[in-house]
Design a protein around this ligand. Structure first.
Ligand code: AHR
Length: 507
């Protein structure tokens, strides 16, 4: 029997809704086909956005969407994507499959998508191959309300009002596809470029900036990048750099068999199941160790760790363009999502945003499309379960767990949990069971409160189960009824390969 202890009155940190964010790049069939089909498509759409996809995304309350990349961002020249569509420049998408990018989805279309989704904008600027002027003018185009060359151009292109850009990324992976820079070189470039990312809505810099700036952070365990970038950013700036640096990004993907081989999305055995999950657990070490470096420069935790690319990255599905990164999604991905989101919740004092890569048809997507058809993946259903955590307070909790797995090197904790209390006092518990074959009974003690009611939902199944276009409802959210109210709190048994949410009304 595993013991879970929860203290709902001990609030630890706010779980920013942005932790449940997503990422969409001009890559494969993510934007084109997956989201944007154009106004003249036979696929039902509103202003070119697929109605089925938008409706499904609204249900999981997408809080923020990062765009246009990824590696694409540092080759994207935003002026190619505005104005009459027939006149927009066609270019090669050099990073992703060498296909033609016709720029029919640009700044106006992105903000239309955000409007339909009801989400915040996270625009990633081009530092690698763009100029300071180009970045500065994009921000002016998007956010300036007064009279200026760029706001006039926006109005001529049909959008009178400026948009809100809540987050702005100053480059992407500048240690690699964003220019192969050294950390001190990039950090100095960051200082220069961000100077001209003007906060037009809050020119006096009173209170919080209206546009939060995100610096391109480390790849996986490149602690030297974090250290060197922060050293250069904070040098001579201890007192005044805050406000010009709101976030540092971190990218980490789970490749079961390593970066080169990767491994299939659906073809894996028990050993690879545990290996994959142990690589998902590595996120905990990464956010802890990068966070410790950040603590030295920013002990008040004003700068967020922004995990703006995370998820599984497998070998592409047979017969698909290797540059399109299209992969299926099984119960294994549901566990990766559940475990990772519990890790982010537990580190929500430092992790202020995270963006799953990528939203539709690329890597660990929540939605897959084929022509006019759409399916929801097991990962989608986990985001559906966890949405109650958005903007709630993480509270103190801890669960007994034991190490399980077949290889000594890839043992994982059988159980994980995170618990939050929302503004209306309701409590949300999310749990994962990584075992492929063992159910675990759990006794939950809730300090200082009785339980008035509990309702559970679950995503579970045999480890290979997935949704296909032939069988779209193999994995869905189902009611979870194996939970009882006890004198101390709750008693439940968590089945193998499961992600669970309990919604609890406290006394
Ligand atoms: O998400 C796919 C790619 O992974 C992104 O373009 C890049 O930033 C990362 O390497």
């Amino acid at each position: 029997m595993a013991r879970l202890v929860i203290n709902p009155d001990h609030k630890v940190s706010r779980i920013n809704k942005e932790i449940y964010g997503h990422f969409s790049e001009h890559l494969g069939r993510c934007i084109y086909e997956g989201i944007y089909v154009g106004e003249n498509s036979p696929i039902p759409n509103e202003n070119g956005m697929r109605t089925d996809v938008v409706e499904a995304l609204k249900k999981i309350q997408i809080p923020v969407l990062r765009w246009p990349g990824g590696c694409f961002a540092d080759e994207y020249h935003w002026k190619d994507g505005i104005g009459p569509k027939e006149g927009r420049k066609k270019m090669i998408n050099t990073h992703w499959g060498g296909v033609i990018e016709d720029n029919s989805f640009g700044t106006h279309e992105y903000f239309e998508l955000c409007r339909q989704l009801g989400c915040e904008a996270y625009v990633n600027g081009n530092l690698g191959s763009g100029t300071v002027q180009e970045m500065s003018e994009w921000v002016e185009y998007m956010t300036f309300d007064g009279l200026s060359p760029m706001s006039t151009l926006r109005k001529e292109n049909g959008h009178e009002e400026p948009w809100d850009v809540r987050f702005f990324g100053v480059g992407n992976e500048n240690w690699g596809c964003g220019g192969n820079m050294n950390p001190d070189y990039y950090a100095n470039e960051y200082r220069r470029y961000q100077t001209y990312v003007r906060d037009y809505k809050n020119p006096d810099h009173e209170g919080e900036s209206s546009i939060l700036k995100i610096c391109s952070g480390p790849n996986v365990d490149d602690y030297e990048w974090t250290e060197e970038v922060l050293k250069t950013l904070f040098h001579h700036c201890e007192d005044r750099f805050h406000g010009n640096l709101d976030g540092l990004s971190l990218h980490y993907y789970v490749h079961p068999e390593g970066w080169k081989i990767k491994g299939g999305a659906t073809d894996f055995d028990e050993k690879v199941w545990y290996k994959t999950l142990s690589k998902a657990f590595y996120m905990d070490e990464l956010v802890t160790r990068h966070g410790e470096i950040m603590d030295r420069f920013d002990p008040e935790k004003k700068v967020g760790l922004i995990v703006d690319e995370w998820g599984t990255w497998y070998t592409v599905e047979p017969g698909t363009n290797p540059g399109f990164l299209y992969q299926q999604n099984t119960i294994r991905d549901a566990l990766v999502a559940g475990i990772t989101l519990n890790i982010f919740n537990k580190h929500s004092d430092r992790v202020k945003m995270a963006n799953l890569a990528q939203m539709v048809n690329v890597l660990q997507s929540v939605i897959l499309t084929e022509g006019a058809d759409m399916i929801l993946t097991p990962t989608y259903h986990v985001f559906d379960l966890y949405k109650e955590h958005q903007d709630a307070d993480l509270v103190d909790s801890c669960i007994d767990s034991e190490e399980i797995g077949l290889d000594e090197e890839y043992k994982v904790p059988n159980l994980t949990e995170s618990v939050s209390v929302a503004a209306d006092g309701s409590m949300c518990i999310t749990l994962t069971n990584a075992s492929v074959d063992t159910a675990y009974p759990i006794e939950a003690s809730i300090v200082g409160h009785g339980v008035k009611s509990v309702a559970g939902e679950i995503v579970s199944g045999e480890m290979h189960e997935m949704n296909t276009f032939e069988e779209p409802e193999m994995v869905t959210v189902k009611p979870f009824e194996a939970v009882e109210i006890t004198a101390d709190g709750l008693s439940l048994t968590v089945p193998p390969c499961a992600v669970i949410r309990l919604s609890v009304e406290l006394q």
